[in-house]
Design a protein around this ligand. Sequence first.
Ligand SMILES: [Mn+2]
Length: 413
Amino acid sequence: MSPVAVPANAVGATLRMLVEQRPSLLWGVIVGAGGVAVLAAGAVLTAWIARRVRERLAEPPPGERLRQVLADHDAVAVVMHPDPDPDAMGAALGVAHLAATAGTDATVHYPGEIRHQENRAFRAVLDTDFERIERAADLPSVPVVLIDHNTVRGLDDAERLDPLAVVDHHHGEGSGTEFTDVRPDYGSTSTIVTEYFRTLGFRPAVEPAAVGDIPVDPGTSDAAAVDPAGSNTLPPQIATALLCGVRTDTADLTRGCSPAEYDCCAYLHPGVDRDALARIADPPMDPETLEIRARTVQERVVRSPVAVSDVGPVSNVDAIPQAADELLRLEGVTTVAVFGQKDGTYHLSARSRDDRVHVGMALERAVDGRRGATAGGHARTGGGQIPVGSRQSDAGAAPLRDRLFDVMEGKLA
Ligand SMILES: [Mn+2]
């Protein structure tokens, strides 16, 4: 006899007893069970109706909403930040293309300068048409889309601008009047824009594979059977630009990456112009930049693990942060500061891979109380400018170097 037989028999016996002695109670149980079943069915039906209603009311994905917002205007101005890097440029080109597919004219603008050799290579290789502006008043009088930053920077009359839309991956309070998509957990703005194309059903146009490339298998690729002139085709220029953006902002998928960056690269891969990508990733360097990098190494003063280097007069201040990156590669060194002089100002750049040093705060302390000086930054990177004529630097570069050592070594609280 199995163990469950006893209770089963007991239940059976109880039921028989009920049927014989209290038939009305049994009917009560049957009617009650029927009622519960009807209620349950009603609940399932209600949940189904509620889900359908929610689906109908649900917001469309961000890419669709942005395309709708863009489509509502004849023209828009896409605005990048004052130091347009491949992420800003790639995402801006992407949004301009999205606008074009929605029948909206889009122009791309930037304050500041495109200086870094990789940024210049991007502009030249991808044959972009970006327009430099100095004031918001220089923009055409059409709604503005802010890319890769969320509050207007680098324009004196920034308060004139009230952006229609904002797409960015930096922390901040900025927003657009009709569309805001700010995702600080993403590695780049280009990732976000790539997601728009993907969710809207765009497919990268397959680029003819270069010699030695792994051929794209149309059977497994998102890019299968794409009509290159089709409206849902992502042109190679845009796919390549977006991939460049992801690459540089994440240091080749090694820094600040989310799974979205990997998905984005896989999606773009078949449509990327690999020759253009290589030319942008490894552009020729102008002689001065290379010389400043060499001088940074030669002129370094090391008090392990801190190194400081004074590179003297420079004409291209953009080489200084690159020189700081270079110096940080030195074995035994985890924190560096590099400075050079241009037009009566010290330009300063610092880096650290030591968690005990907050570079931005250290630089703020280094320039504290110096008239006309500005400095700051993040935990690992920072920069600043100090007028050469100011009190501290009157005596030359040596006191500045000593002070940098002190703040980097944590001697000045
Ligand atoms: Mn970015």
